[in-house]
Ligand binder design. Structure first.
Ligand code: P1T
Length: 394
């Protein structure tokens, strides 16, 4: 249903999440619920021959179900899972070689920034960061050796929106072969489908909304292009950052309620964002669903609503942030996002502490910027919790 002018939700999402690749007939037992296959190796009829599986790193029946379901949810042909979101990103670095250049959005998860600036740099792969809210900046920053463009939209933690269709067009107009990667962790395919707007690869930290219960660390990529998928399948096996069958079972189970959970995260977070916007101690709320968001109109064109994660700025400093976060009783002070429980954190000293200070200052990741992940508790309880924390700290 199109709500508040956002893009219409893709039909059949929940049905795909529940049934795609889950046919009971594929198992001898006709199990309705995907079994957890723990075997690390599979009997072969003859040397060099196999019946679909040979070794658990290169493929596992439980993992395959999850990967196929993930691909279908994004409208892609191929899904790959990894031991973490950063494990997925690290594996993508295997597509590049020394001398290549990455162009990344400037406001990305701190761990992604650290991976590019430290690990990729040590492999002689250079990264430059640009403000992707300005497509002309992207155009200018592309170099002859640019091989990969990395986007988060909305960004972590400033909730900036990049125009996926325009940026994809600009990159493709350059004529050189550049892989466009979109980290869709904040929205999930329920709220945004980057492949529809020209992305080549969608990346997830499944640790967040896709699993949604804060009990699995996992990552994924979804791809349409067969040749790129062949390269990724090779790298998944050759680099070896694969998840366990038990964790694959957990994430596959969680996908069954993704649509329901995202609806509630979306609704509750917007009510809380609107409440915060009127609060006397709040100076700014960064939530793409608010009319005050500078890219609200763009958000409506490429998203089917916003999730439960957003940030706000208050009139105090580090001391007030510390007191506020320690005073919360329903929200838990912790890193991460996207679980059923509400979390709050201070990016400047937590998730984004590894971003060099000058870059943090430039991006406005100050000590008065607080990030919330609105969970599935009663909205009214969450508002009361925020109110008592404001009273305790200002
Ligand atoms: O934690 P891991 O599963 O490795 O995922 C890394 C990652 C990738 N992309 C985005 C947008 C992310 O937010 C993350 C992880 N983020 C946090 C832990 C956090 O609190 O922001």
């Amino acid at each position: 249903m199109a709500e508040q002018g956002f893009l219409k939700q893709k039909p059949g999402f929940a049905t795909i999440a529940i049934h795609h690749a889950q046919e009971p007939e594929k198992w001898n037992s006709a199990a309705v619920v995907t079994p957890i296959v723990t075997s690390t190796t599979f009997k072969q009829p003859a040397p060099g021959e196999h019946t679909g599986f040979e070794y658990g790193r290169s493929g596992n029946p439980t993992r395959n179900v999850l990967e196929e379901c993930l691909a279908a949810l994004d409208g892609g042909r191929h899904g790959f899972t990894f031991s973490s979101g950063l494990g997925a990103t690290t594996t993508l670095l295997g597509l590049l070689k020394a001398g290549d250049h990455i162009l990344s959005g400037d406001d990305v998860y701190g761990g992604t920034n650290r991976l590019f600036r430290n690990v990729a740099a040590a492999m002689n792969i250079e990264t430059t960061f640009a403000d992707f809210t300005k497509p002309e900046e992207v155009d200018k920053a592309i170099k002859e050796n640019t091989k990969l463009v990395w986007l988060e939209t909305p960004t972590n933690p400033n909730l900036k929106i990049a125009d996926l269709a325009t940026i994809s067009k600009i990159i493709k107009n350059h004529g050189q072969h550049i892989i466009i990667v979109v980290d869709n962790t904040f929205l999930t395919p329920y709220l945004q489908r980057p492949l529809d707007f020209g992305a080549d690869i969608v990346v997830y930290s499944l640790t967040k909304y896709m699993n949604g219960h804060s009990d699995v660390i996992m990552g994924a990529t979804v791809i349409n292009d067969d040749e790129l998928a062949t390269r990724l399948r090779f790298l998944q096996n050759a680099m070896g950052a694969v998840p366990s069958p038990f964790d694959c079972y957990m994430v596959n189970r969680s996908l069954k309620t993704l649509a329901l959970r995202m609806e509630q995260h979306k609704k509750s977070a917007l009510v809380i964002a609107e409440w915060l916007e009127k609060h006397p101690k709040v100076t700014k709320v960064l939530h793409p669903g608010l009319k005050s968001h500078p890219q609200h109109e763009l958000a409506k064109k490429q998203m089917s609503g916003h999730s439960g994660v957003f940030s706000f700025k208050h009139s105090g400093g580090l001391q007030e942030s510390r007191k506020f976060l320690s005073s919360l009783k329903v929200f838990t002070l912790a890193e991460s996002l996207g679980g059923y429980e509400s979390l709050a954190e201070l990016p400047s000293v937590m998730t984004h502490a590894s971003v060099p200070e000058p870059q943090r200052v430039e991006l406005g990741i100050t000590d008065s910027l607080i990030r919330l992940s609105v969970g599935l508790e009663d909205t009214e309880d969450l508002i009361q919790d925020l109110e008592q924390a404001f009273s305790a700290s200002f």
